[in-house]
Design a protein. Structure first.
Lengths: 102, 190
């Protein structure tokens, strides 16, 4: 039952992040939503590791560590893109970054 | 400080009542909702920091102390810092609506929000159904192991079984750092 409570916590956290990524129009808020979704994924890795048959293999721990490293790289590149978009369009509204639209 | 940390880690977490895990968990959800709902970007970044701290505490309570500390260092220390810098470098608020000439702007914005909320609700309903009501959920759950992840074992694993991914991550982080610096440069010819 405890695994299910942890998974439900993680599902709600994922959906809060999804709501931010889908409805907010500020690009920084979209990135914050993506970070929340990645955190929910890490919580799932750790929960399944805790309840796995062989926790001494550390599989979930390794997944979580690599996932955190990739999230850091994603945040750095994403925020650099936000700053560049702001420099070109003088706005961080994701609806206005539509120069590539056909 | 070191003694205090050792006392915290040595507490009998595995014998603690199960609802104890709900305290950092619910605080994390509360802070995340505040981060999403608040209009002020600085406030929402600070709520995001609180949410990440609670997530790190949850990791430590589940027996993954190393991942908990990495979470605190990387997210609270680095990612939150980057987000605050980006907020300070871009003008505040979502006030770009004023220069939009469309009269039905508010209607389309409301439709956008409603569609996002509907998709989120569908995803949440699907996930919770799969977690609580799927036929395999009842008997596939093993009892909680007295799981521990000593740092020495993690280091040994990183340098033996996952050596190749570790090198890949190193190259990826270097490339991302160079790329971010290049993207954010002032006189870029992009």
């Amino acid at each position: 039952m405890m695994l299910q409570i942890l998974l439900a916590l993680s599902a709600v956290l994922f959906c809060i992040g999804l709501l931010a990524a889908l409805t907010r129009r500020n690009a920084i808020m979209v990135l914050i939503g993506i970070e929340l979704m990645l955190g929910a994924g890490n919580l799932n890795f750790i929960s399944f590791w805790k309840f796995s048959a062989h926790p001494e293999n550390l599989t979930g721990i390794m997944f979580a560590i690599f996932s955190i490293a990739i999230a850091a790289a994603e945040a750095a590149v994403g925020l650099a893109i936000v700053i560049q978009v702001h420099r070109r369009l003088h706005s961080v509204d994701v609806n206005q970054a539509n120069e590539l639209k056909g | 400080m070191h003694d205090f940390l050792q006392k915290i880690v040595a507490l009998p977490w595995d014998q603690s009542p199960q609802w104890l895990f709900l305290i950092p968990g619910l605080l994390m959800l509360l802070a995340a909702s505040a981060a999403v709902c608040l209009r002020n970007l600085i406030h929402s970044a600070l709520c995001l920091v609180l949410s990440f701290i609670c997530l790190g505490v949850l990791f430590m309570a589940l027996g993954a102390e190393f991942v908990g500390f990495v979470q605190l260092l990387v997210y609270v220390g680095a990612v939150a810092m980057l987000i605050l810098f980006a907020i300070l470098l871009t003008p505040a608020g979502e006030v770009a609506a004023s220069n939009n000439p469309l009269k039905n702007f508010r209607l389309s914005s409301a439709l956008h929000a409603a569609a996002g909320a509907a998709i989120t609700f569908l995803v949440l309903a699907g996930l919770l159904t799969a977690i609580f009501f799927s036929p395999r959920a009842a008997h596939a759950v093993l009892p909680a192991q007295a799981a521990a992840a000593p740092v020495a074992l993690i280091g040994e694993n990183l340098l033996t079984h996952t050596l190749l991914p570790l090198l890949g991550i190193a190259v990826l982080l270097t490339a991302a750092l160079v790329g971010a610096a290049l993207l954010a440069k002032e006189d870029t010819s992009l």
